[in-house]
Ligand binder design. Structure first.
Ligand code: ADP
Length: 485
């Protein structure tokens, strides 16, 4: 059953690649910008302060290390170094001896005069350091308006060469407000630009994807109308190329099927008409000519019966094939002794040995071997192969059915030493109606459907099958099925 959904124009538009892609791109750009905005404004201040904290600690540890471990500390150059580091980092240092014998301030060194935190800053730092039992402390000092303005670090430095000291370092913290403001403005511009770029990019990509798909859709509509010669065009996208390739193959297959269907119709009607014409002409002959002559009448009636049988077989074959192909026919799987089946089929051919000089032999294995199969259908397979071997056995009239075992497989071969099959025909003989009739062997009888039925049944059994044949020397048709242990 065909189903289709009706979409409103709005739904139709919002489902297009162009619409979706543009929307996704814009959402993506907005999320990205939003995240940047969030991190820059919220975390910038924290990041800056923690960087300052690290910087101040590094400066102090380098200075205090020199003070504590260097045995021959040149005070002159040490004081100079304090001045240099203070200048370079815009920091203020205050060092005092624990025994109150001396104190040094970086402003004494003529540097970092910009910031002097006076006694109150140092007193506060000392208080905190002592309260922390001399362990290093780091804290911030705010101004009256509550804005953090100074980063402070205090540590105790012991030395075996000179008096123990307390180190206090102060660094100004630049307010981040104005910087954040500038960043926000820049981000706004970047956001606007990214949105425009995302939009343009999305439109470009979507039109590159959508255009070939629209083309393919049009071509597919042509295919649906029965134009099998349409050529689906791909694009630079692999997936679309693959789709076009698949559709081209489909178009080819459809075209072949269509041709086959036409041939089949022509063949079926031709083959149905032949026996019907024969039946009609012979019936007319009986009516007009041979009605009174019992001998002639019987002969003509014989032809009528033979032709009706042929008609019957043909109709049965067509029905069987279409039932199997349509999947209506389910295989009734059960353990089957194929050797026994072959034996009983061959028994019906024994009459040919006496009447027409055929040699029909059966080579079986010593013990019965069972396979899982639909007995009735496998009988049909054997019967088709044997009747073909007899039909195309030529003058040598030798037919052999041989069973052998290959590991877990039972192999059945139907051999003849007849006319054989030309290499160019061998691929096609399994197709419906690919038959002797098209190559001038009409007189041999058969419906041209036998091997197609055989193939369908074997495939439904997942059997391996094939044919080896040499023109003028004979053929071997074989199949293999797994043995039941
Ligand atoms: P048909 O009713 O014509 O025999 P089949 O489907 O059974 O139809 O076989 C298809 C064709 O394969 C035959 O027409 C014949 O040309 C070829 N063929 C089948 N079996 C043999 C064989 N044993 N030797 C030579 N040709 C064969």
């Amino acid at each position: 059953m065909k189903t289709s959904t009706v979409k409103s124009p709005k739904q139709y538009r919002t489902r297009s690649v162009r619409f979706r892609l543009t929307a996704y791109f814009i959402i993506f750009a907005l999320i990205l910008m939003g995240m940047l905005w969030f991190f820059q404004t919220v975390f910038l201040e924290q990041y800056y302060e923690s960087e300052m904290e690290k910087k101040i600690q590094t400066a102090v540890s380098s200075l205090s290390l020199q003070y504590s471990v260097s045995e021959t500390l040149d005070l002159e150059s040490y004081l100079q170094e304090i001045g240099t580091i203070s200048n370079a980092n815009d920091m203020y240092f205050f060092i005092e001896a624990e025994d109150e014998s001396f104190n040094i301030s970086s402003t004494d060194q003529g540097s970092a005069g910009r910031y002097y935190y006076g006694r109150s800053g140092v007193d506060l730092a000392r208080e905190r350091l002592l309260a922390n039992n001399g362990e290093p402390v780091t804290f911030k000092i705010s101004n009256q308006t509550g804005e953090v303005v100074t980063q402070v670090y205090a540590a105790k430095v012991d030395s075996q060469y000179r008096p123990n000291v307390r180190f206090y370092a102060f660094a100004p913290l630049t307010p981040m407000g104005p910087a954040v403001g500038i960043l926000a403005k820049q981000l706004l511009t970047v956001t606007a630009i990214s949105l425009v770029v995302a939009g343009i990019l999305a439109l470009y990509i979507s039109s590159r994807i959508a255009r070939p798909i629209t083309g393919i859709t049009k071509q597919a509509a042509e295919l649906a109308e029965g134009h099998y010669d349409v050529e689906f065009e791909g694009s630079s996208y692999r997936e679309i190329n693959d789709l076009a390739g698949t559709l081209n193959t489909t178009a080819e297959a459809l075209s072949k099927t269509d041709q086959l269907q036409r041939d089949l119709m022509a063949n079926v009607s031709h083959d149905l008409r032949t026996p019907i014409t024969m039946v009609r002409s012979y019936a007319e002959m009986i009516r007009d000519l041979s009605g009174d002559n019992p001998e002639k009448r019987n002969e003509h009636l014989g032809v009528i019966i033979e032709e009706s049988d042929r008609l019957n077989t043909l109709v049965n074959d067509i029905l069987t094939l279409s039932r199997i192909q349509a999947g209506v026919e389910t295989m009734k799987m059960e353990p089957v002794d194929l050797q026994k089946c072959a034996e009983s089929i061959l028994a019906t051919y024994r009459v040919l040995e006496e009447q027409e000089g055929f040699t029909i032999s059966l080579e079986t294995l010593d013990e019965p071997v069972l396979v899982n199969a639909d007995e009735h259908r496998m009988q049909q397979v054997l019967s088709n192969l044997i009747s073909n071997a007899v039909r195309y056995s030529g003058d040598r009239k030798e037919v052999t059915v041989a069973f052998s075992r290959k590991k877990k497989m039972l192999r059945c071969e139907v051999r003849d030493k007849g006319i054989g099959i030309a290499p160019e025909d061998i691929e096609n003989i399994w197709n419906r109606y690919e038959r002797a009739s098209s190559r001038g062997h009409r007189s041999k009888g058969g419906t041209g459907l036998g091997l197609s039925i055989t193939k369908e049944i074997l495939e439904r059994h997942d059997a391996k099958y094939g044919v080896e044949s040499t023109l003028g020397e004979g053929s071997i048709f074989w199949f293999e099925l797994p043995v039941i242990d």
